[in-house]
Design a protein around this ligand. Structure first.
Ligand SMILES: [Zn+2]
Length: 753
């Protein structure tokens, strides 16, 4: 299509002219010039729908990139097929007109997968432009073109038109879908960033203003004014695709393992700038097909007989899969909120890190008893640091009493917990809380119950507590660029408001590191200094409304490197129904695994202690092709062992493959002859200590990848990816998940009262 329109072409029918304008608009960005040429020709024709002009000059939508300029959303070509019924209606020969109508209906119906009569009705409309179908793809367009050519005798080119538009495309399918959102039929943003930044992304459609005929019915086709279409701007996110992928991976595993009923959420944030590096919600969707439910959800819909109920269920489930739980839902944060209570009490000099609090298991406020989760008579006398590590509610009730409602409220507001964070995503939920806390509300608020905030507020508050005391505005867009990649807008994290002093923040860092080392041990990450806090909150309002008392949220916030904080990870699992529900047992391990994977990627080098060095994984060297003696030496010097299968002289195949990570002392199987892989049976690897797992694995001839906390001596394995009894190749790597079963953390309040 490189032919310039000739004078003769321009003088043909209106239809041809429309085609030419479309052609020019598509092949040239200077449609203004081209249309001005047309106007210069004083060309006039009829038009009846403004929509035509709107479509002529629609602007291409901007892209969405991750922080490393990887494409997350873009636009690929698509076509709109339309008819020009008035061209048919104006034919002198009525029988010819009927023949054309029938041919179009019969021809297009099978190509477009539409009802024949639906198309036939369109051919009779009194208009020059009616859309048959939008967003059709190249192969369908080719079939339509073939049809037009094959029916040249009926001049089909005069009545069927194809208009090139774009279709939104998400190359990574569901990656970050609840953040990115999706678009509707007309490429309008309907959810997530696509909706929040719709104006930036859409650009400005060009306009052709036609002069109107005073009579109204058939407007004269004459341009008065033309405005160029302006391509939409593109978004460059703070989201890092690798970090996002890691968040989604470990969240999905946890949701499955812990039988989480109401989905889970993970957020990774830079504590100094508020930039969101990853934000995952389990049970999300593919934005290429946002209206497709998961198989599981679709089965729920299919099971309903009543049409109305079916449709209601379907929209409920669609809304659920689109919903960004990290931003749009509130929850009672539970013990993670003790970060706030500690920081305020320190800031107001009501306590020091050495202040002591006594817990005798039960503490009574205004006649109401509050019990500590420690069922063996309480924690006794503890320092502030020990109190937060023990997550002792009676201690925190006392700290709350020291500050009183006024001070509590003052900082609740200063930490921006009374309003929204202003994150650049749609549908941010507002918190709700008691403005005037009586003695019991103050007591339960001090350990994070009887008020609701969003996950994004919780991680922002944790960031402020360790980053020197500055409030941060969480955000997912780093900058906006135009079609020439020129920066139009940059997010600024300057002028941050100081909420607590640098000294208080420094004390908080020390305390939170102590918590991970002594209480929330499953937050430990080998090679890094980590601070954090776990929480297990009861879903009080749902418990009261349903009578089901086993409704919990297990959550965790971890920060690293805690001596010079950069990265915070928030994990929440809503309604875990497995054997465990404590945040310290189910959420902290997720945080630890995410940190272990993303910190090296983000440029933080691990520094292992001697003890840790003995326990870290080793990358298997590539010995395939090596002479057997060379291979043996290389494997031994990598602190691994080997087993040779066959009598050949060179290694033809190895298992695990080069680059796989296995535990120090693991076994590499070297095949020196073409032979079937030797098999073994996966042993039970659950409920064992680290050294027990090593012994059992060595006996079975498999390798172990350790996941989770293996740093403390009290850890036990709680899951394995290949099931016991399964047959696998000798040397297979089996992932075994570990955690410290001693961590427990509860903000249980008596439901019956
Ligand atoms: Zn206690």
């Amino acid at each position: 299509m490189s032919v310039r329109p000739s004078q003769q072409m321009l003088k043909r029918s209106f239809i041809t002219m429309v085609a030419v304008i479309l052609f020019l608009t598509l092949v040239s960005t200077s449609s203004l010039v081209n249309i001005m040429i047309l106007k210069g020709e004083e060309y006039q024709a009829k038009a009846s729908e403004q929509q035509l002009y709107d479509n002529l000059l629609s602007a291409p939508r901007g892209n969405i990139y991750d922080s490393n300029m990887n494409l997350l959303a873009t636009s690929s070509p698509a076509w709109t097929v339309y008819l020009t019924p008035n061209g048919i209606n104006n034919l002198d020969d009525e029988s010819e007109a009927n023949e054309v109508r029938n041919a179009i209906a019969d021809g297009l119906a099978p190509i477009l997968g539409m009802e024949r009569n639906e198309i036939y009705e369109l051919t009779k409309k009194n208009t020059y432009y009616v859309i048959v179908k939008k967003k059709i793809e190249k192969n369908t367009v080719d079939k339509i073109r073939e049809f037009i050519v094959a029916n040249e005798n009926l001049k089909m080119a005069n009545y069927i038109g194809l208009e090139e538009t774009t279709k939104r495309y998400y190359p990574n399918d569901s990656l970050a879908s609840t953040v990115i959102g999706f678009v509707g039929n007309d490429n309008q943003g309907l959810a997530g960033l696509e909706s929040y930044y719709d104006n930036e992304l859409t650009g400005v459609a060009g306009r052709v203003v036609a002069a109107k005929d005073a009579k109204g019915t058939d407007m004269r086709f004459s341009y008065e004014k033309v405005e160029e279409a302006k391509q939409g701007n593109s978004l460059v996110l703070t989201i890092d695709s690798y970090v996002q992928h890691v968040c989604e991976k470990y969240l999905d595993i946890a949701v499955e393992q812990e039988q989480v009923q109401e989905r889970g959420a993970v957020i990774v944030m830079n504590v100094n700038t508020g930039a969101i590096l990853g934000m995952a919600v389990s049970g999300d969707f593919n934005p290429n097909e946002p209206f497709v439910l998961s198989e599981e959800d679709q089965a729920l819909v299919d099971a309903i007989v009543d049409e109305e109920e079916k449709s209601a269920k379907r929209s409920e489930l669609l809304n659920r899969q689109w919903r960004n739980k990290a931003v749009s839902d509130t929850y009672e944060p539970g013990s993670v909120f003790k970060i706030f209570t500690s920081a305020v009490a320190l800031e107001e000099n009501l306590v020091t890190i050495h202040s002591t609090f006594t817990c005798n298991h039960t503490y009574v406020v205004a006649g109401r008893p509050y019990h500590c989760h420690d069922k063996i008579g309480g924690h006794g006398t503890q320092t502030l640091q020990q109190s937060i590590s023990n997550s002792c509610n009676p201690a925190f009730i006392q700290i709350g009493q020291l500050m009183g409602n006024d001070t509590f409220s003052k900082y609740f507001s200063a930490f921006n917990l009374t309003g929204k964070t202003g994150i650049d995503l749609p549908g941010e939920a507002a918190p709700y809380y008691h403005a005037n806390r009586g003695p019991t509300e103050l007591a339960s608020s001090s350990f994070g119950q009887t008020f609701n905030i969003t996950p994004i507020q919780m991680i922002s508050l944790a960031a402020t507590s360790v980053n020197g005391g500055y409030a941060v505005t969480p955000h997912v867009v780093e900058k906006i660029i135009d079609s020439d990649k020129k920066v139009v807008k940059t997010f600024s994290s300057e002028n941050r408001k100081q909420v607590i002093s640098k000294e208080t923040s420094s004390t908080m860092r020390n305390m939170l590191e102590y918590v991970v080392e002594n209480g929330a041990k499953n937050g430990i990450v080998s090679g890094y200094r980590v601070g954090g806090k776990t929480g297990t909150s009861q879903k009080m309002s749902k418990i009261l409304s349903t009578g089901d008392s086993h409704l919990y949220i297990g959550s965790y916030v971890g920060i690293a490197p805690i001596n010079d904080p950069e990265i915070a990870v928030f994990v929440m699992l809503d309604e875990p129904m497995g054997a465990n529900y404590y945040g310290g047992l189910i959420s902290a391990p997720v945080g630890s695994k995410i940190m272990a994977d993303i910190l090296p990627h983000l440029g933080f080098e691990p520094q292992y202690s001697e003890e840790e060095l003995a326990k870290i994984s080793i990358a298997v060297p590539d010995v395939t092709g090596d002479e057997i003696a060379v291979a043996k030496t290389r494997i031994n010097s990598s602190k691994l062992t080997y087993k040779v299968i066959g009598k050949g002289e060179t290694v033809l195949k190895q298992l695990p493959e080069a680059g796989s990570s296995v535990y120090s002392g693991g076994m590499v199987i070297l095949y020196t002859e073409e032979s079937e892989a030797q098999m073994t049976t996966v042993p039970n690897l659950v409920g064992l200590s680290v050294s027990e797992v090593n012994t059992v694995a060595a006996e079975a001839g498999i390798n172990i990848e350790f996941s989770g906390n293996v740093s403390s001596n009290t850890v036990l394995s709680y899951a394995q990816d290949f099931k016991a009894g399964e047959t696998v190749s000798l040397g297979q790597i089996v992932t075994v998940y570990f955690r410290d079963e001693a961590s427990a953390d509860m903000t249980e309040i008596e439901v019956s009262e």
